[in-house]
Design a protein around this ligand. Structure first.
Ligand SMILES: Cc1ncc(C[n+]2csc(CCOP(=O)(O)OP(=O)(O)O)c2C)c(N)n1
Length: 410
């Protein structure tokens, strides 16, 4: 275990991210440490760094309850409420989520919450990874005066117990950085279910095996083939600017015929639609499509209110609703099975809203959906792309410069 970053030198120049390395602590070792500390709830947003802890908690073999959220900014306030109610929660999130929840962290500090934060340390060691989240994780913790330890092996899991002691002593947050969580002998097929409508507070800790409540599930469970749906969009595209996100970043480039007007691979979950609003406002003469993820839109639901208020008439907001976080490891997110983006958009003031769950209907209906001259939401109910997905490419500064130059000429 390395304290306060002293171990980073070991990995200088390495792009190794330590996920599933044999020496990484297992999810059960982490859960055991949480049980020993008397933890009652883990308030968390799932991602591929901490997914195994999610899975372990979802098995119901621990009294600890998993409270999963749509946006990390929710985690600390929920934990603060649980603490006020006499419980003993921890929060868990990836380092991107730690950045996302900056003001909530400030709240934790200001309220002197003795809160342990488990933070997935994506990008640990830096190396060739163009994503800067690893580089800034420890400096940000230091700037916030939050003590931390890095748990990089089974033997260093004891840092979790120390974090509780430290949080109590200092009357403020203490962090545990997790560069990776190793296999836990968990059946890979087990995932927590999205439905927990009647059980957030009193139900069993396990969310797995809970069948979706019929009334909460969208009436239509029909889905389209992911690749075919985007192929259909591509065949109807003329000169629209296309901004893709998450799994669409891995599928759209396979079918796009105008890569010069594509912005692919924004490395900031849930913000592609906001980027699209900016592009649409900046170039009202050009049509802009954003191919959003459903988990991303659930995280940035307020963007629909912003879009409806500013109403960029040249923006078509597609949501590729595959009912999960596919790009990170197929985790469900809260209400993933039933969230009705069309209804939410209408409630925000969108006047043009379309939903497609059948390829023939998409082929027939898309021309109308994309030809209006008003802000439009198009929900595409799709199967996960799975093996159809191509490689992921990060959006780099040079891609943005290239796009800007190309756009300026038109
Ligand atoms: C603030 C933040 N929280 C969590 C993550 C980890 N993460 C990256 S993509 C993703 C899921 C994206 O799901 P969705 O938008 O539904 O896209 P899909 O891959 O299913 O198309 C998660 C949880 C992150 N990068 N940033």
């Amino acid at each position: 275990m390395k304290e306060n970053g002293s171990g980073l030198a070991n990995l200088a120049g390495s792009s190794k991210e330590f996920y599933e390395e044999p020496q990484a602590p297992t999810a059960w070792q982490i859960v055991d440490a949480l049980e020993q500390a008397g933890v009652t709830h883990v308030v968390s947003l799932a991602d591929n760094w901490t997914v195994r802890v999610h899975e372990a908690l979802a098995l119901g073999k621990t009294p600890i309850k998993l409270v999963h959220t749509c946006r990390e900014g929710e985690n600390i306030p929920i934990a603060a409420g649980l603490m006020a109610a006499g419980k003993n929660p921890v929060v868990m999130m990836q380092n991107s989520g730690f950045f996302e929840s900056g003001d909530s962290t400030r709240l934790g500090i200001q309220l002197c919450l003795p809160l342990v934060m488990l933070i997935g340390y994506r990008g640990w060691g830096g190396g060739g990874n163009p994503n800067v989240r690893g580089r800034f994780t420890e400096p940000v913790l230091r700037a916030l005066d939050i003590p931390y330890e890095i748990v990089d092996s089974a033997t260093s899991v004891s840092a979790i117990g120390r974090a509780f002691k430290r949080a109590q002593e200092r009357r403020g947050p203490a962090a545990v950085l997790l560069p990776g969580v190793g296999p836990a002998g968990i059946d890979a097929g087990i995932r927590l279910r999205a439905d927990h409508s009647e059980e957030v507070f009193d139900g069993p800790a396990s969310l797995s095996g809970v069948q979706p409540v019929a009334s909460r599930v969208s009436a239509s469970k029909a889905r389209m083939d992911y690749l075919q749906s985007l192929r259909c969009l591509s065949s109807h595209r003329t000169d629209q600017i296309v901004i893709s996100h998450e799994t669409a970043d891995r599928v759209w480039p396979l079918v796009s015929k105008r890569a010069d007007f594509d912005l692919v691979g924004l490395p900031c979950m849930s913000k592609a639609c906001s980027l699209a609003v900016g592009v649409a406002m900046g170039r009202p003469d050009r049509k802009v499509w954003v191919l959003d993820g459903d988990g991303s839109l659930a995280m940035n639901l307020g963007s629909l209110a912003t879009e409806a208020d500013w109403r960029p008439r040249n923006l078509v907001h597609f949501v590729c609703q595959n009912f999960e976080y596919e790009i990170t490891a197929d985790q469900p997110f809260p209400s993933a099975d039933c969230i009705d983006f069309a209804m939410i958009a209408r409630g925000c003031g969108f006047r043009r809203v379309f939903t497609f769950d059948d390829l023939d209907e998409l082929e027939r209906g898309l021309p109308e959906a994309i030809s209006g001259s008003d802000l439009t939401l198009v929900v595409l109910k799709v199967m996960p792309a799975g093996a159809q997905a191509g490689p992921y490419r990060y959006l780099l500064p040079e891609h943005v410069q290239q796009f800007r130059a190309t756009l300026a000429k038109t």
